[in-house]
Design a binder for this molecule. Structure first.
Ligand code: ADP
Ligand code: 5GP
Length: 205
């Protein structure tokens, strides 16, 4: 892989299936890298440190912010989350498409800094279905679920800067759409216009 990888930002309400659809798309492709975030929230049963998140203290989080080690960061329903900068930059240089699963405020920061980032918002078929998925996942208390549904409604209002919306109804279809968007992002005119000039120059020399 020689070309620089894309930065792929995936947002959407908690429980919509972002992790599931990213994991499914990654099963079929070896050009994706998932950026593991740091968070101050507690690990859910089954979550692994360094795989799902780096679980850190509020003091460690504050130190990383202070040192400029986070590409973006935001708080979400009582906890802090952030994207370690170095990993993203290194993997993109290595040619991987780096996938960030981040909420809307952090995504807005990335969009401002890097307008070329691919911005995808994932929605459920309905908010009733979202509530059911959160309940069935069984990782949050009813009170936390209410907080996340409230935040989902706010995020719908703020999500005006995304380029793509994926409706996660059938997971396989959603994963295929995700993969197709990334593939298409590599075919952009801006990325390929050198073919117009270079092939002509080669032909004429
Ligand atoms: P997120 O990462 O957005 O918080 P998850 O990937 O953890 O969401 O998914 C939340 C729950 O919904 C999980 O129990 C997952 O198995 C389930 N889920 C994901 N996608 C679908 C889908 N298309 N249809 C039904 N359930 C789904
Ligand atoms: P959860 O606690 O359900 O894993 O994640 C809660 C929310 O935090 C989700 O919307 C998820 O996308 C977001 N999130 C996870 N990591 C980051 C991050 O590094 N930065 C930001 N801004 N949001 C994140």
């Amino acid at each position: 892989m020689s070309k620089k990888g894309k930065l792929i930002v995936v947002s959407g309400p908690s429980g919509v299936g972002k992790s599931s659809l990213i994991a499914k798309a990654m099963e079929k492709r070896n050009d994706f890298c998932f950026s593991v975030s740091v968070t101050t929230r507690e690990a859910r049963p089954g979550e692994k440190d360094g795989e799902d998140y780096f679980f850190i203290s509020r003091e460690q989080f504050a130190r990383m912010v202070e040192a400029g080690e986070l590409l973006e960061h935001a708080s979400y329903v009582g906890n802090d989350y952030g994207t370690p900068r170095a990993y993203v930059e290194q993997k993109r240089e290595d040619g991987f498409n780096v996938v960030l699963d981040i909420e809307v405020q952090g995504a807005g920061q990335v969009h401002e800094m890097m307008p070329e980032a691919v911005m995808i918002f994932v929605v459920p078929p309905s908010l009733e279905e979202l509530e059911q998925r959160l309940t069935l996942r069984g990782t949050e208390t009813p009170e936390k679920i209410r907080g996340r549904l409230q935040r989902a409604k706010e995020e719908y209002q703020q999500a005006v800067f995304y380029q793509y919306i994926i409706v996660n109804d059938d997971l396989a279809v959603a994963a295929d759409e995700f993969s197709a968007i990334v593939t298409a992002s590599h075919c952009l005119y801006e990325d390929r216009k050198n073919y117009l000039t270079e092939s002509q120059e080669r032909y004429e020399s």
